[in-house]
Design a protein around this ligand. Sequence first.
Ligand code: NDP
Length: 299
Amino acid sequence: MSSNHTETTAAAVTVTVIGLGPMGRAMAAALLDRGYEVTVWNRTASRADDLVDRGARLAPNVGAAVAANELVVLSLTDYAAMYDLLEPVADRLAGRVLVNLSSDTPEEARKAARWAADRGAVQLTGGVTVPPSGIGKPESSTFYSGPRAVFDRHRQVLEAITGRTDHKGEDAGLAALFYQIGMTMFWTSMLGYWQATALARANGLTATDILDHAVDTANSLPGFLAFYAGRIDAGRHDGDVDRLAMGTASAEHVLHTHADAGVDTALPAAVAELFRRGMAAGGAADSFSGLVDLMGKPA
Ligand code: NDP
């Protein structure tokens, strides 16, 4: 494999994967399934055992793993782990393409791209949108950002990891930003579901009892997103369909329902507080979409 990415024109056929948590193991397995030669390395070496049985090469140390291939996939807990591992072998990084599929903040991704460039390497930032079970599946998708030409050159390998690859732009932070946008919605939505389930259980209902209702409620959300997106972009928060005053009364009902049931109220109290702040800012007659503007500034 060429050690100089600027001279390589064909898609890489040998790949290094560093970090063998559930994600990295699934990625290395997907690459092996597609016939790629895969070199792996992990701090806890035993995590490579199954992959070695399937034909992966276990590098003796992280420096050798980096030296083995131009394309180095990183699947670590965060970017701090990357510095821990790669700073001591920084002299091996020149010419490498670091496909960083570890999640972290957009700022950390930008900082890491500069760090890599200072050492002669290129970073492609990735934001994986599926759990390990989605790795290797054609319907799964990953956000990427960083140099477009480098992305295009390695696209075939990246499509072995997730079938769809969505390059968001040259800015190294963009893939991380899209990832964090998704996680913002995922964590709050799932906590909303845990909260609703806690309320149901406090009232003698099981998670299964409310499953259909929970799914119907979740399935109603795409219609709301599509309805409000254009209006938000146009700066319109007309109270023609909903009014913040109505939403605030509802949020208070939700809060009191949880208090009456004797369950934790931290989440519904935070929601009610945002509605109250919108009212205090004079938005009573506007749509609750006006909370976007409120939430766009520091509290
Ligand atoms: P884990 O945290 O389980 O494993 C990550 C790997 O990082 C392990 O191989 C671990 O090594 C290594 N590691 C962590 N800290 C250090 C360090 N200081 N030095 C050396 N190695 C270190 O993560 P996952 O495999 O679940 O996920 C990997 C990335 O993918 C994360 O950034 C995660 O946010 C992201 N992601 C995960 C999803 C999931 O469902 N799992 C979904 C979408 C994104 P060791 O084995 O020795 O502990």
